[in-house]
Design a protein around this ligand. Sequence first.
Ligand code: MTE
Ligand code: MO
Length: 474
Amino acid sequence: PKETAVYSRKDVSEHNCRETGIWVTYMDGVYDVSDFVAIHPGGERILLAAGKAIDPFWAVFSIHMTKETRELLETYRIGTLLPRDQDPTYKEEPSGLEKLFANEPERDPSLKVLAKTPCNAEADVKNLETFITPNEKFYVRNHLPVPVVDPECYRLTVEGPGIPDDFELSLDDLKQKLPKYSVTATMQCAGNRRKEMHEKIPVKGLQWQSGAISNAVWTGVRLRDVLEYAGYKMPDYGSEEKFPGDVEHVVFDGLEGYGASIPAEKAFNPRGDVLLAYEMNGEPIPRDHGYPLRAVIPGVVAARSVKWLSKISLSEEESQSHWQQRDYKGFNPSADLASSDYSKSQSIQELPVQSSITTPTIGEDLKAENGFVTVKGYAIAGGGRAINRVDISSDGGKTWTDATLHPPNQSRGRTWAWTQWEAKIPVNNCKEMELVCKAVDESYNTQPDSFDGIYNVRGVLVSAWQRIKTKIVN
Ligand code: MTE
Ligand code: MO
């Protein structure tokens, strides 16, 4: 049988297009995937590895490469690699992975890169001490390569009850046919501050410190307006038991394969301020942040603000994407990866109240002036709730003082932007301080004092009191 055939890397490399047939290798196996490409959804991606090893892609597209995919692939096996070519350090030039990420945008050197491909880079917290984060200083969290989009060809598809089949909008349609609207909203990743939790008990995920958060003015069109324009009968908010067409969720798909959804309740609420933004801080949205169009879901975890938006669907169900179903959910502190039952846990939407110290950062000394040191930071609540108070301690949490708040000028229930704060702390001859911050929102929600009760193995929803030790210098 031909499955026992042995091929060299060179043999495989000669089968790299439709004409020659498309071969790939995976571990020591050689596969003719010409037909797989047509059958498997997302199968085109394998073309990037035509004539080469797909192993590197397994890591990036691990969510597409399920057990079933693996089994399917096995049915295309035509042989085995020559033993001398099985060396895992074997490297082609340039690798498929490099090609996949060949069109990434330039990034500001101030960003702290946790992973390059796909790009995960946190903001320098010192750049989080202004109310608006400049575009190039804004944290970047990508799950896949940044798509290259031609604005002329770009179309947004909208699907739902009452909406004609194949309904599409161009960028010009969005800009010209619908009113322009701006919202100042803070984006915060579900994994912000994960490193602190990890240092108590290890978690699985990128080690974000306090910089997976940033604030911008987003400008574009209101999602409500787009849906109404497309033909959906927008409900008089709150007047009906069910939304027209039994819609329960609004699902967003990104051009590169990411997807997420939000409850229709949030999407349709005229006071929910959900936008499809084409500008960020007065400029076209930069490529890393979703050019040419991104969903902006104020008051909700940033994972739902889908970038490079290609499709909106009104649905009875949540997004079926990996990131809605199998990620971004919380579990009890004893659940491990295997026992975390994703079908039973609710997807994260509004985040718990959060705060962090930006001055000093870890390892930074504080200079005493006239017997005081100045501590600074940010605080943010979920769901548009305002920050009511930020409490600061300089003795590890025994005694507290109120920070001075700089709240955004936003109305009750629509406080989508963070509150920056500062506190002057008397030094009293201290040489060292253990600073602690915690915020209280307008519903008197507050942060837990430790990580014990909120620990979860993926390290999301990290909102325990933040503690930073600092030396005082004169
Ligand atoms: N949208 C798409 N299409 N692809 C992505 O990888 N990442 C999400 C969200 N939207 C993501 C996406 C996550 S987890 C976060 S935290 C925010 O985008 C990050 O937005 P930013 O890179 O503009 O800071
Ligand atoms: Mo995120």
